[in-house]
Ligand binder design. Sequence first.
Ligand code: INI
Length: 153
Amino acid sequence: MTTINGTLQGAGLRIAIVASRWNDTIVNRLKEGAVDALRRTGVSSDDVTIVHVPGSFELPLAVQKIAATGKYDAVIALGVVIRGATTHYDYVCSATTSGISKAGLDSGIPCLFGVLTTENIEQALERSGTKAGNKGEEVALAAVEMATLLKQL
Ligand code: INI
């Protein structure tokens, strides 16, 4: 039997973070969580590139383009979509989710989904470093695990 696992040893990995400016107070907390987690795994700050886009809807195109350069071992997408009163939420969530997934499958590079999709701002705050963890940290660790896993496959 052969078992293959990724690791949380990030030294030498090159990581891109794409962050949306919508709800930037909360996105910044995700970004801080991601950068801190990457540093703790040994990723050098020189190997982290941060790119900003207007909103979550724009994340997939930037993620796809960055992944296609072949310069990065993983691309992390960060955003916050809050439902509010319109169906706009559903369209933005749907396009963002499927686009980021497609970018990963098309490029063969792990493209991580660090987009909070919540009913209200309280839920987003809870998931950005208060009582329900920090989604940015979670996806950064997943990025290192996937990048180190794919190198073995
Ligand atoms: N973008 C977000 O990242 N979060 C939101 O909550 C949001 N809302 O509520 O509308 C949002 N909209 C902007 C969208 O992502 C695009 O930037 C815009 O439609 C231009 O394409």
